[in-house]
Structure formats: C-alpha cells, structure tokens
Design a binder for this molecule. Structure first.
Ligand SMILES: Nc1ncnc2c1ncn2[C@@H]1O[C@H](COP(=O)(O)OP(=O)(O)OP(=O)(O)O)[C@@H](O)[C@H]1O
Length: 238
C-alpha cells in the first residue's frame, strides 16, 4: 500500500536558526491514526506544518498524496490542501461569520447544495454541542466552544487527512473523549488522522494508534504502537 505521507531524513529550520526538526523518517498509511506527542517546543506544530503544506522541508523529502512537497508547484497547493482538514492550535475561525457559516465554509467552497449543507452543519453542530450557539460570532464563544467549532469545521468535509493540533486543550475531560470519538468515527470512515497532544490520558482510547514522540526535534521510538496502554481501565478502550 502506498503511504499517504512519507518523511525521509527530514530537517526543518526557520530562517537561519538551528533545525527544529532533525532526521525525521516515518510513513503514514492511508486510514491510520497517529498521535504526535512531545514536550512543548519539541516540534509537533512544525511537523504538522509540513503536512498541511505551510512549510517545505529544508532537508530531506516529504511526500504527500504521492507528491514531493519540496518540488510541487505553488499553483497545485490549494487543491492538495482541500484534501486536508486542519484544527489549528489558535483555531483561526472567521470572525465575521456565525458559527454555522464557519462550519459550512468548506462545504460551500466545495459547491455542496445548500440543502445538504444545512443538514450536515446542523448535525455536526449537534455533535460538538453547539446547536444553541449556531448564530453566535466566534469571538463571543468561550475558548472551549471555539475549539469545538474549529473541529467541526475541520471534519465536516470528510477530508482524506485530518490534522489536529492540541484539539482538546480547552475542553473538559468528558468533552475531550467525545471529540476523540468523533476523530475515531472519521477514521473508521477512512480519514487518516494525526493528533498532536499533551493529553496522554487520551492515548489508551485508541489502542491501534501509532505514537510518534518528538524530543527536541528528533524522533523517539519511531515505530511505537500502543498495544497495552498502561493503566487503561476496562471499558475505556476504543
Ligand atoms: N515561525 C517560527 N520561527 C522561528 N522559530 C519557530 C517558529 N515556529 C516555531 N519555532 C520554534 O520551533 C521549535 C518547535 O516549535 P513547535 O511549535 O513546532 O513545537 P510544539 O511541539 O508544537 O510546541 P507546543 O506543544 O508548545 O505547541 C521551538 O523552538 C519554536 O520556538
């Protein structure tokens, strides 16, 4: 099976600073689920930036959807990005649009008929518990509500690849588990999922997930798969 993404000896530096990622090598199979973990500053967001085509590697090669992202023409990037849903750490919601319209955006861009948009968005807002906030502007929402809205927008178009940067940082543990279930449901339907997180307690809920641990820009245990998550109480496993 061809990988959905592949990193080979990848290095990344910002400007002339030292490399923030060094010798990164792994493959992401279609339909897989991967947690990206590591201390603050380890390079998780930087690695995600390569995957959502915000940066090109400064060393080595990143292949995504079969294309070398270091060589792909700029004009091709928007089409590739449309195959990716991203939950940014700082949400990046559109302030002048309501919650409903923020979530509807990817579907409208894709030309989905308005009737379908309405039904899908309503269902998604219900899933993330924001039905009552459908007509609110993002800046009037709490941090947790904004986070849930950002997740709804990222998953609504059923992207091939879902990238989520610390997607449960602002919600309570119960909601965090609910959101993780949403990611798992997406994954079950075929979306490849990458979740960068500090929330180690979430890992045992996805026993089949790969775990890529970064330490100061380098990979630790590159092939690690959680099979017997420590301390996972019976019944909490996915
Ligand atoms: N735009 C930038 N310009 C220069 N340095 C940057 C930039 N973005 C990140 N860095 C540096 O890259 C390193 C890795 O940062 P990154 O945000 O990828 O880590 P992280 O693991 O996602 O951290 P956190 O968990 O706090 O979000 C840090 O030393 C950071 O200061």
């Amino acid at each position: 099976m061809a990988p959905l993404a592949r990193f080979e000896n990848v290095g990344l530096r910002y400007g002339t600073d030292a490399e923030v990622l060094r010798d990164i090598g792994f493959r992401l199979d279609p339909g897989s689920f991967m947690f990206l973990i590591g201390a603050s500053g380890a390079g998780k967001t930087s690695l995600l930036k390569l995957l959502y085509l915000n940066r090109r590697p400064t060393r080595g090669r990143v292949t995504l959807f079969g294309e070398d992202i270091g060589r792909v023409e700029r004009a091709r990037l928007p089409a590739m990005r449309r195959r990716i849903g991203v939950v940014f750490q700082d949400f990046r919601l559109v302030d002048h649009l309501t919650s409903f319209d923020n979530v509807a955006l990817p579907l409208r861009i894709a030309g989905v008929p308005e009737e379908e948009v309405r039904a899908d968005v309503e269902e998604m807002l219900d899933w993330v518990g924001l039905t009552k906030r459908a007509h609110a502007r993002p800046r009037t929402l709490s941090g947790g509500e904004q986070q849930r809205l950002a997740i709804a927008r990222a998953v609504i178009g059923r992207p091939e690849l879902l990238l989520a940067d610390e997607p449960t940082g602002n919600v309570d543990p119960k909601m965090a588990e609910r959101l993780l279930r949403l990611f798992q449901e997406m994954n079950r339907l075929g979306t490849t999922v990458v979740v960068a997180t500090h929330a180690m307690h979430l890992l045992p809920h996805v026993p089949a997930a790969k775990v890529l641990r970064l330490e100061r820009g380098e990979m630790k245990d590159p092939t690690g798969t959680i099979r017997h998550p420590p301390g996972a109480p019976a019944g909490t496993r996915a």
